[in-house]
Design a protein around this ligand. Structure first.
Ligand code: CA
Length: 367
């Protein structure tokens, strides 16, 4: 008797549960947005992170919140995603904030600064070091809100037709380079060019440019740079841990139900983790392939790195004079960076320096 009563109650509870779930789903509106990516479809890490984002958002909201993703140039040029979101041509975009340093150099903080934070430190700054709030004050002026949505990890220093043996070799070099790295190199004689991902190979092939930096082996291999410029330098000191952002028009954001805003933030955070993991997993094999394909690996000489660091610090002083946002954000960011570097020199660098040198060659000789 007791057991039958229990089963009856359990069945009633179950039925109540099945009734209430669709009732909740029905109360949520069906929303369709458009997202402009800055990246070409051929780059499954960069464009693919946008795909992951919209897929997960749809899944979390049971298909109610759909975003259609467009590759760079499809409806919005790759380097004008911020403008399109600001004007509500599209509701949202997936981009690198440093493409917009022409509007305000402080946008670089949401991607990377030369000799700045690595991927983990960038996350630490954004999520727990005041970065989200610091950037919100800037993005608000452009009718946007920004979410962290991807990171490449430390990048390579790019492809060069000729070796860079000294600071003098940088003079007159026409190089495709994004962000503030180009402005640092300009102080040492480089002529920086900003070209969207899909158009770089042609510029290098035609000789419009002498050098190019893009990301790292996994993407660079796909774009075929090793076929037209042999010397592959490291590290990409201008991008120690560059972040991508999902940006949303503020008015459109405010129209979303709270649960959709939460779903949006969760999908962005998941995209952030997956993009870095994908690069870290894919880069070693890609590096082996480009080297087998003729790439010659070179480390930037220390005097070149030191000259670049000096030029970067000069540039930060100048940018703080030009932009109130840069000055405001740089002060907090710089303190945060100093603390991070101090901490990472202890356990992280201690660990990395030993195991990367000691364990990796041993693993190779086993094969
Ligand atoms: Ca880059």
């Amino acid at each position: 008797m007791k057991r039958r009563l229990f089963l009856k109650n359990a069945a009633a509870g179950l039925a109540a549960g099945t009734v209430s779930a669709p009732a909740i789903a029905q109360s949520q509106p069906a929303i369709q947005w458009r997202m402009a990516s800055s990246f070409p479809k051929s780059l499954d890490t960069l464009y693919g992170t946008g795909e992951l984002f919209v897929r997960r958002l749809s899944e979390i909201t049971e298909g109610k919140f759909q975003i259609r993703l467009f590759a760079g140039g499809e409806i919005v040029p790759g380097l004008q995603v911020l403008d399109a979101v600001q004007n509500a041509t599209v509701e949202c975009g997936h981009t690198a904030a440093y493409y917009y340093i022409g509007k305000d150099p402080a946008f670089a903080f949401a991607t990377a600064l030369p000799f700045g934070l690595n991927a983990r430190q960038q996350n630490a700054w954004m999520y727990y070091g005041g970065g989200m709030q610091a950037m919100a004050d800037l993005f608000r002026e452009y009718n946007c809100i920004q979410f962290v949505a991807g990171n490449t990890g430390a990048q390579m220093g790019g492809w060069y037709r000729k070796e860079i043996k000294s600071v003098a070799d940088l003079k007159g070099l026409k190089m495709r380079i994004g962000g503030l790295g180009g402005q640092v190199l300009a102080k040492l004689g480089v002529v920086p060019q900003q070209i969207a991902g899909g158009e770089i190979y042609q510029a290098l092939e035609r000789g419009t440019i002498d050098a190019v930096e893009w990301v790292g082996p996994y993407d660079d291999e796909k774009l075929g740079f090793h076929k037209v410029a042999k010397y592959y330098y490291y590290p990409g000191w201008w991008e120690g841990g560059p972040q991508l952002s999902v940006i949303v028009n503020l008015k459109k954001w405010a129209e979303l139900p709270k649960s959709y805003q939460s779903a949006f933030e969760a999908a962005a955070a998941e995209s952030n983790v997956h993009m870095l993991a994908r690069y870290d997993a894919g880069n070693p094999a890609a590096l082996r392939r480009v080297v087998a394909g003729g790439a010659r690996l070179r480390a930037f000489p220390r005097p070149v790195l030191e000259a670049c660091l000096k030029a970067a610090n000069e540039l930060y002083g100048e940018l703080a004079q030009k932009s109130a946002h840069f000055k405001r954000i740089y002060e907090g960011w710089n303190r945060f960076r100093s603390d991070q570097f101090l901490w990472f020199r202890v356990a992280e660098a201690g660990y990395d320096n030993f195991v990367f040198a000691a364990a990796a060659p041993a693993a190779r000789t086993k094969k």
